[in-house]
Design a protein around this ligand. Structure first.
Ligand code: AMP
Ligand code: MG
Length: 514
């Protein structure tokens, strides 16, 4: 320590703000790509920034100082009123198939990528403000976000992370002191989103539709170096990139299915190249199990219904494959060979998805070994749940108790419209468990690690958003976040958070709220 550090003279409080800059240590790579990949643009300042939530743990994992972020300067940065040192704000260009309809120019209409930081895990992350003002991609939109959807994304993305699902994260939420006009005037907010990157299938489509093969190659090389460095040495790196994205999406969608998660807007612009869940709009967790379940108010045809999600993902991946064909031709030798290679890659989606889903289902049922008939056993439970409107999450969670002893059956039977239907299935399950190692407690413990007790139930999410938006009461939001941070732990006095909505509380539709 130098002698001046030991000086007893206190630094005047007023000097603190300027003396403690908010350090982000930005190391930006996307901003080094050609200028036509984005538009350089600062966020638009807001009237009265107020921090409503900071994810301190996430901040620390990104080598950010939570106290700096919570300081007046930090909050100004999180609101877009000040540009942090080293940030190079930009709005990304991308296209997208929205509900099957192609829009050549979407792009960040209400977001600014500030830059990238490298976390303690060695991974590079985008720091993005969402709701930070209009951009050349706004297409008539106001560039803003309402508090409700910002908090919804905060809750659900953090819940997904705690559940172990690859996802973008929420670093902070600030209110703007401004109103945004939707059906009514709503409080405005800005979300700070953290993502492995914001590359989407739609980013590739943006260049493909323009016939810009050189840009596609630059983008593909960038995606490889950032997300799939191991494929750079492959004999056909672009096919290997496609294989990598397909493999991650297959695993991701299987995880969604195993948790009853419905994304709601699986457009190609919301399909991440890194394999993270991205863009939480009208998403929801299913309560009563049924494959046809849809929540999104804009999904009239059920295109993105729970049971259609694997098909929708494959459709999106086929669009990615099309964009890569021009660069795959070189490595494959001919156009026919490139098409054959792309089809071979796409054909791997279904078996990979099914394998991930099936091994997940076996774990959910407490089956550590594999036997003929396991798949049928799992499917028959799902069918029985669908026929009996059984709550997806609670059925599997209570199966953990039933695995520890038949006295646990009482808690499940009542979830089924016809409890005898469960009894019939449970008899087959118990017979199958005879072939498993005998330790019932160990089995129940293993099952509790994959069958969560707490998911962001829609009525609880709505209740939290409502209290925050209408009454500036953030207590329900805070409490819900806390419960969801340990989804697999049994905890006392939290039954309310584990139970499905009563009929009068039930949420049948979710809204984009954009
Ligand atoms: P999303 O539904 O959030 O995936 O957004 C789809 C597209 O609409 C993206 O290009 C967004 O940037 C754009 N968008 C959504 N809401 C707004 C808004 N309020 N103002 C401008 N652009 C928006
Ligand atoms: Mg989107």
């Amino acid at each position: 320590m130098s002698s001046s550090d030991a000086s007893p003279i206190a630094v005047p409080a007023a000097a603190n703000v300027e003396d403690h800059p908010v350090r982000f240590l930005f190391e930006n790579t996307f901003a080094r790509l050609p200028e036509y990949f984005y538009v350089r643009l600062d966020p638009t300042p807001v009237a009265a920034p107020h921090l409503v939530k900071l994810n301190r743990e996430l901040a620390r994992s990104l080598a950010l100082d939570p106290d700096e972020l919570a300081s007046p300067q930090g909050v100004e940065i999180l609101a877009g009123n000040r540009v942090a040192e080293g940030a190079e704000p930009l709005a990304l260009a991308y296209s997208g198939h929205q509900f099957g309809h192609f829009v050549p120019r979407l792009g960040d209409g209400r977001a600014n990528l500030l830059g990238e930081v490298v976390g303690h895990d060695g991974v590079r992350y985008d720091i993005q403000l969402k709701g930070s003002g209009p951009t050349p991609f706004s297409r008539g939109g106001d560039g803003r976000a309402a508090l409700g959807p910002v908090l919804r994304e905060y809750i659900v993305s953090e819940a997904m992370a705690a559940l172990g699902v690859p996802t973008t994260r929420a670093l902070a939420a600030v209110t703007t002191g401004e109103r945004v006009l939707r059906d009514t005037a709503l409080p405005g907010a800005v979300l700070t989103r953290v993502a492995a990157s914001h590359l989407r299938v739609g980013t590739f489509q943006y260049f493909a539709i323009r016939g810009d093969t050189e840009a596609t190659r630059i983008l593909a090389d960038y995606a490889i170096s950032r997300h799939y460095p191991e494929v750079a040495q492959a004999t056909q790196p672009y096919k290997a990139l496609l294989d990598g994205v397909i493999a991650r999406q297959a695993r991701l969608i299987a995880q969604w299915m195993l948790l009853g998660f419905i994304h709601g807007v699986m457009n190609t612009d919301n399909t991440s190249i890194s394999g993270e869940t991205i863009d939480y709009g009208p998403c929801a967790f299913m309560e009563a199990y049924h494959p046809a379940t849809v929540f999104s108010s804009i999904d009239h045809g059920g295109r993105y219904a729970y049971g259609n999600q694997p098909r929708a993902a494959l459709w999106n991946l086929a669009r990615l494959a099309e964009t890569l064909l021009p660069v795959m031709v070189g490595e494959a030798g001919s156009e026919e060979a490139a098409v054959a290679a792309a089809n071979e890659s796409l054909a791997a989606f279904e078996p990979q998805f099914e394998a991930a889903r099936y091994s997940g289902l076996r774990l959910k049922l407490g089956l550590s070994t594999e036997h003929e008939g396991d798949s049928a056993l799992a499917e028959s439970l799902l069918q029985c749940m669908a026929d009996n409107r059984a709550d997806f999450t609670l059925t599997f969670r209570r199966l953990c108790d039933a695995a520890a002893g038949a006295e646990g059956d009482a808690g499940i039977r009542t979830r089924f419209a016809d409890p005898a239907a469960y009894d019939t299935w449970a008899a087959q399950w118990r017979e199958r468990l005879q072939k498993e190692p005998a330790d019932q407690q160990a089995r129940a413990t293993a099952m509790r690690r994959v069958n969560p007790l707490f998911i962001p139930r829609n009525h609880l999410v709505e209740e939290a958003l409502d209290a925050a938006s209408r009454r500036q009461d953030f207590q329900p939001f805070e409490e819900l976040l806390k419960v969801l941070s340990q989804p697999y732990e049994d905890r006392q006095d939290l039954e309310r958070y584990a139970m499905p909505a009563r009929p009068e509380e039930s949420v049948l539709q979710t809204f984009c709220g954009t």
